[in-house]
Design a protein around this ligand. Structure first.
Ligand code: MN
Ligand code: MN
Length: 460
């Protein structure tokens, strides 16, 4: 311990410590991630993309009751919004347990209300009810795309997207011109645009021959009827989300970062998926991708659903193992993003206890708010074990918590996994401008996260 650096704990910027080959690996990994992000703007699309990639890797659909054997590679799709991948190892389940990494596929956005359409003074609008924790003013004056699923009265399911291709129209929420913004600018930020002002402009043309009062609305209903065969009542059985229409892009002259919609939590989901595919330990592993994290993990597709417990029990039955013994031996990573130190907003962070950009994946011992409330709070033993795995594999990493004590807080699905008597720890990327229509991550942190997940899946 003569070297001063060994005595002190210091974070290191990965871009400063990587050689040419490592930098190329980081870049190559980011490239495919950008494609994944662009094709997965909702949980349904994320789920579909994961299943597509799993099939290419030789995975097949699992149904309850199916017989399983060592070497099997399966996926289980839950209501098209959540998916679990698993591969059966040769190792004894009761002795080794299951290695689990769980991330979420949903991101904050604007959902249409069930009866969304109305006309007002030359415009037709969709009314929205926002999904997840957003700063509402950020979602105005941004080009929006619509991603939807509609169940028709004949039971037929229709899926559609408008606004993603350059030749398609986009949608738009207005803000006030600064010339008349004097009173608005005095308001608190949360009142600058209210939830009921997040109305999306969807059209403005009429047919001259029309005799009805809402001529623009009639014209749009005609367009929708012609293109999709729907009538206004079909909105009642729809899930339609407005998300930013732009694609993810590299950021900076040196292309160090990626800006895009939905890094929370598709960056961890992508790292989870690739690490799962690339791991080759002969132990049973599971990659879980859930929905509804942004609104509390409730519902039949959220992390509080009993599905994972059921799937574990199902695996156990196949191999005559006791689920409670297997769960007690299992280990899980809750793969979700965390905050990132932002020099523009230095006062909200404890500089020594927040993730720094490009310093690697962030292992969070706890999250929560007001005295760790609602947090999983992983043990020193588990932190120690993870630290060992990361050190053995030379993976750059860091630790951090969201922000300064009592300022706010947040949670992940870690507490819901830990409830099943499974050792669980939070590991994920730092994200700048989290929950904004366009978030920012570092390519170096993405690759570090993938490497950490892979090392976890591969650890004996
Ligand atoms: Mn998240
Ligand atoms: Mn979130």
């Amino acid at each position: 311990m003569e070297n001063k650096n060994e005595l002190f704990y210091q974070k290191q910027n990965i871009f400063q410590t990587s050689d040419k080959t490592q930098l190329e690996e980081i870049d190559a990994f980011a490239k495919d991630y950008i494609d994944f992000l662009n094709s997965s703007k909702t949980e349904r699309e994320g789920c579909r993309e994961i299943v597509k990639r799993a099939k290419q890797q030789g995975y097949s659909a699992f149904e309850f009751g199916q017989k399983l054997k060592a070497g099997d590679k399966k996926f289980y799709v839950n209501r098209d919004k959540s998916v679990v991948l698993f591969k059966i190892g040769k190792e004894n389940l009761e002795e080794k347990g299951i290695k689990i990494i769980a991330s979420h596929l949903d991101s904050p956005r604007l959902d249409l209300k069930p009866n969304p359409m109305y006309e007002d003074e030359g415009f037709c609008f969709f009314k929205t009810h926002y999904y997840g924790g957003i700063k509402k003013y950020q979602w105005a004056v941004v080009p929006l795309a619509l991603h939807g699923t509609t169940i028709l009265t004949n039971g037929k399911k229709m899926e559609f997207t408008v606004g993603e291709n350059p030749d398609e129209p986009v949608f738009y929420i207005s803000d006030l011109l600064p010339h008349l913004g004097t009173q608005q600018m005095e308001k608190k930020a949360k009142e600058v645009l209210t939830g009921e002002q997040l109305n999306i402009i969807i059209g403005g043309k009429t047919e001259t021959s029309s005799k009805v009062k809402d001529k623009i609305k009639e014209n749009i209903l005609k367009i929708l009827n012609k293109k999709y065969g729907v009538v206004e009542e079909d909105f009642l059985s729809s899930e339609i989300s407005a998300v930013p229409a732009f694609k993810a892009r590299e950021v900076g002259f040196d292309r160090a970062f990626i800006a895009g919609y939905g890094h929370d939590d598709r960056s961890c989901s992508y790292a989870n998926l690739q690490a799962f595919f690339d791991s080759d330990l002969d132990q049973t592993c599971m990659a879980i991708f859930v929905d509804k994290e942004e609104i509390g993990s409730e519902g039949d597709t959220g992390a509080q659903n009993k599905l994972f417990e059921d799937l574990i029990s199902e695996l156990c039955e196949n191999f005559k193992a006791k689920p409670r013994v297997v769960r007690a031996k299992s280990k899980a990573i809750s793969a979700d993003v965390t905050s990132c130190y932002d020099p523009n907003f230095a006062s909200v962070f404890d500089k020594n206890n927040v993730a720094k950009i490009s310093c690697g994946t962030c292992v969070c011992k706890y999250d929560g708010s007001r005295g760790k409330s609602g947090s999983n709070d992983a043990s020193a033993e588990l932190m120690g074990e993870i630290r060992q795995i990361l050190a053995q594999n030379n993976i750059p990493w860091q630790t951090g918590e969201l922000g300064i004590v009592d300022l706010g807080g947040g949670g992940t699905i870690s507490a819901f996994i830990a409830r099943l008597n499974i050792d669980t720890i939070d590991i994920g990327l730092p994200v700048l401008s989290m929950h904004a229509p366009c978030e920012l991550i570092s390519k170096a942190d993405l690759y570090s996260t993938y490497s950490a997940y892979k090392a976890f899946f591969n650890h004996e």
